[in-house]
Write a protein that binds this ligand. Sequence first.
Ligand SMILES: O=[N+]([O-])c1ccc(O[C@@H]2O[C@H](CO)[C@@H](O[C@@H]3O[C@H](CO)[C@@H](O[C@@H]4O[C@H](CO)[C@@H](O)[C@H](O)[C@H]4O)[C@H](O)[C@H]3O)[C@H](O)[C@H]2O)cc1
Ligand SMILES: [Mg+2]
Length: 362
Amino acid sequence: VPTAVSGNPYTGYEIYLSPYYAKEVDDAAAQISDASLKARALKVKDIPTFVWFDVIAKTGDLGTYLADADRKGKAEGKKYIVQIVVYDLPDRDCAAYASNGEFAIANGGEANYRRYVDQLVAEVRKYPDVRVIAVIEPDSLANMVTNMDVAKCRGAEKAYKEGVVYALQKLSAVGVYSYIDAGHAGWLGWNANLTPAARLYADIYKSAGSSPFIKGLATNVANYNALSASSPDPVTQGNQNTDELKYINAISPVLRQNGWNAQFIVDQGRSGRQNIRNEWGEWCNVRGAGFGMRPTLSTGSSLIDAIVWVKPGGEADGTSNTSAPRYDTHCGVASAHKPAPEAGTWFQEYFVALVQNASPTL
Ligand SMILES: O=[N+]([O-])c1ccc(O[C@@H]2O[C@H](CO)[C@@H](O[C@@H]3O[C@H](CO)[C@@H](O[C@@H]4O[C@H](CO)[C@@H](O)[C@H](O)[C@H]4O)[C@H](O)[C@H]3O)[C@H](O)[C@H]2O)cc1
Ligand SMILES: [Mg+2]
């Protein structure tokens, strides 16, 4: 079994650029006629994002990316990281509709999920010289903290907890560094949610054997919050944790009290603009968002290993088609950019807006 580095797993490594996202951006830029806008759009190709494994059929692609990163690393005398999102729990996205997944608990979903994890692990095992960093199951455990009043979430509790622990154990055994998704300041940062959240995450960490490969938590995945806001966004009213740094500084000591010295990574892919929402709970294709802080290890906080782009900007959060099976009313609110395609599929107008609103500018 490989040995985990005690420090930041990002240090000394290049981050592999997802060919999947690079192609999406190339195709998007080809549709842009304005020369300046086109040039800015193309710059996004060089910014590392996470590859989302949202269906079991994509697990083979991990081997392709790892082989490519391995070849590049050996050719360039560099060491590469491939950033992935593990995102296929049965009854996925239990409190919403937009990202419901392929596996159902009622239809063998828990066994299918273990097979999905095993297939990812089999690919990782082939390429020991490439480092894999994984964000584990966006929204799932956060929903266990705040949405146990939703029947589908109550019904998913066992599958989510056992599934996440299984993924952590199996991925750690082949040297994958994991950051478990922990919602964001506007979700688990509220007083009522913070301590229950910290207790749950610490329990999961211990249940997974307290592996040193389980590095910590990932926050703000597919959300729009500032890392550190100069002035609080009005929607944060009532929550003293008005941005991700405040949320992290608040939850870190509670995690330590519960036996986990967790580190953090923070998604800033769509955080370039603040004050774009009417309610903090708005999450779907929020209009006015811009590409945010570029990925960096100069995070300004000893608790934060890296600023990252987890949600690839330009891939939709959910369809606005009210007759679609996965239509979620959150994708129909005033702040949601419409018309929008299905979650995960390319949303050209939204991508163009992210480029135009980028801060820092591209
Ligand atoms: O004044 N007060 O004192 C007070 C106290 C407590 C209050 O209650 C809190 O209100 C918060 C909203 O303000 C709620 O947070 C929202 O919860 C939703 C899930 O239920 C999340 O949605 C997910 O978002 C993901 C992307 O991030 C999507 O991928 C995913 O599909 C989608 O489902 C929203 O982000 C998140 O912002 C909290 O639960 C709730 O506890 C409110 C006020
Ligand atoms: Mg989502």
